[in-house]
Design a protein around this ligand. Structure first.
Ligand SMILES: [Zn+2]
Length: 493
């Protein structure tokens, strides 16, 4: 069996290999040093012994030269006691090492292995590494991104902590470590066993901090400045409970809507400063007009005040992100689906017609006729796929409970709304999910403007865990493309 892997881990590769090998019974006796070498969890050990024995293999422990068996009733009790004793011993060992680690920390020393930046565990600096640590803190404190810092370290040929390169997560671990400002923090995480694996869990209630000035490599001011940047960047990203990014960062150049607006001429809009002195203001204007003048874009108006536009779009989505709006969108689709489910014949007829058309077109293609046929086939195939999806989704509509859905929807919407208000950077990430294509802003000749655009709620619906009704969600997206959300806006003064 595994030579170097502890009996405490139940997913050892050797164990897996052994268990699958046992099925074909390639040997009669399995020799282990002692029972604890099989596994250290009491019940798992018993199950394991049972499985091996049932496959017709005997187990022999060579340390006490005795068989390990559950054959007799008394054996079962004996092995249980042995397994339990081993497991209890392991827990005690764990507790012992935790007690020792705690004592080490209370004495003002780090518990655990050598840390990057130091030559030993007592805090003697490694001059070259300590210099790198200071550089990382200085650059982060100056506002640099972790990615930028990592690439610069690699460019300068600085050996990474381990592996072949510098990673943002390593840099973040360095920046978050209080040891570099001479304070030891211990017990922020605890080891727990889950599904046979050791995992780490936050345990803020057990944290001990201890001044240990001999470890200091960075002054307090730099340490806190670097951490403030990291806090800020955490506040500007939108992550789920599992820590995964929910939306990619959106470069707004400081203006919430610059990635999302378009002029009716098709050009994107950007923010531009206009006016002088007291009249100075920021406007979203047509980029093509800005570059080419009237030749590029003939639409009237100099632009729309950034603050008005931001405010009204945010307000629109805050209102849109309430249960009844999203529910109503879904209800409409459901009703349509239900109507189709009662009578799927028209849908089936349409599918048949399309299939016939595709066949005829493909035949024509085979005889080497028009190039346009390719497109015609492609279009029909896409439509066919959509109709078939709708047809197979019909059953789902009948069983779909909008009320159950609403209870799942509420917390998701609350989260989206909260993030819309968090910071402009995060709001832009939320909008990125809701606005599939740029919204078109049209200036009206008499002053004022209108906004035309699409709303995509499918990401919200997906987040509610309704993968089973993907077809319905697709239907919403398709519907969105047909009927566009329109709304007017106030007149500019
Ligand atoms: Zn334009």
């Amino acid at each position: 069996m595994d030579d170097a892997i502890s009996g405490a881990v139940e997913t050892r590769p050797g164990l897996t290999a052994l268990l699958s090998a046992i099925e074909s019974k390639p040997f009669d006796v399995l020799i282990v040093s002692e029972q604890s070498r099989l596994a250290r969890d009491t019940f798992f050990t018993l199950t394991l012994i049972k499985r091996i024995e049932e496959a017709g293999v005997r187990i022999h422990g060579y340390l006490d030269d005795s068989p390990i068996t559950l054959a007799e009733e008394t054996d079962e009790v004996k092995e249980f006691v042995r397994a339990w004793a081993n497991s209890a011993e392991r827990k005690k060992t764990g507790q012992r090492s935790r007690t020792i680690a705690r004592r080490v920390v209370e004495a003002g020393r780090r518990a655990g292995g050598r840390l990057y930046g130091y030559a030993d565990i007592n805090g003697t600096p490694d001059p070259a590494q300590a210099e790198v640590v200071r550089r990382i803190f200085d650059e982060r404190a100056a506002g640099k991104g972790l990615y930028v810092i990592a690439r610069a370290l690699e460019r300068d040929g600085i050996a990474p902590v381990r592996g072949r390169g510098w990673y943002a997560s390593q840099l973040q671990n360095i920046i978050r470590n209080t040891c570099y400002r001479g304070v030891i923090t211990w017990g922020a995480q605890r080891r727990v066993k889950r599904k046979g694996k050791i995992v780490y869990q936050a345990s803020p209630e057990n944290v001990i901090t201890k001044d240990a000035p001999q470890y200091r490599l960075v002054d307090d001011k730099t340490w806190y400045a670097a951490n403030a940047i990291s806090d800020q960047s955490a506040a500007n990203t939108w992550r789920g409970k599992d820590g995964r990014l929910k939306s990619r960062a959106t470069n707004t150049n400081g203006f919430l809507l610059s990635p999302f607006l378009a002029c009716p001429c098709g050009s994107p809009m950007h923010a531009k400063q206009s006016g002088k002195g007291d009249k100075k203001q920021w406007l979203y204007t047509c980029t093509r007009k800005h570059l080419l003048g009237k030749k590029g874009c003939s639409h009237p108006g100099r632009g729309i005040r950034v603050e008005w536009m931001d405010k009204s779009v945010l307000k629109f989505f805050e209102e849109a992100l309430v249960g009844h709006t999203v529910k109503a969108a879904l209800q409409e689709v459901l009703d349509e689906q239900k109507a189709k489910a009662i009578d799927p014949k028209p849908l089936e007829a349409e599918i048949k017609k399309l299939q016939g058309e595709i066949k005829r077109l493909t035949d024509a293609l085979a005889s080497g006729e028009l190039e346009d046929i390719h497109d015609a086939v492609r279009q029909r195939k896409a439509k066919l796929e959509h109709l078939q999806g709708t047809l197979s989704g019909l059953g789902a509509a009948k069983e779909f409970s909008i009320e159950t859905f609403a209870t799942r929807l509420a917390p998701v919407l609350a989260d989206w709304q909260a993030h819309l208000k968090k910071s402009p950077a995060v709001a832009a990430q939320v909008l990125r999910k809701l606005i599939p294509t740029r919204i078109v802003v049209e200036t009206k000749p008499g002053g004022g403007w209108t906004v035309r655009g699409d709303c995509d709620y499918s990401a919200i619906l997906r987040e509610c865990g309704y993968d089973a009704v993907t077809n319905l969600v697709n239907e919403i997206v398709a519907k969105r493309n047909r009927s566009r959300a329109r709304r007017g806006a106030r007149s500019t003064p």
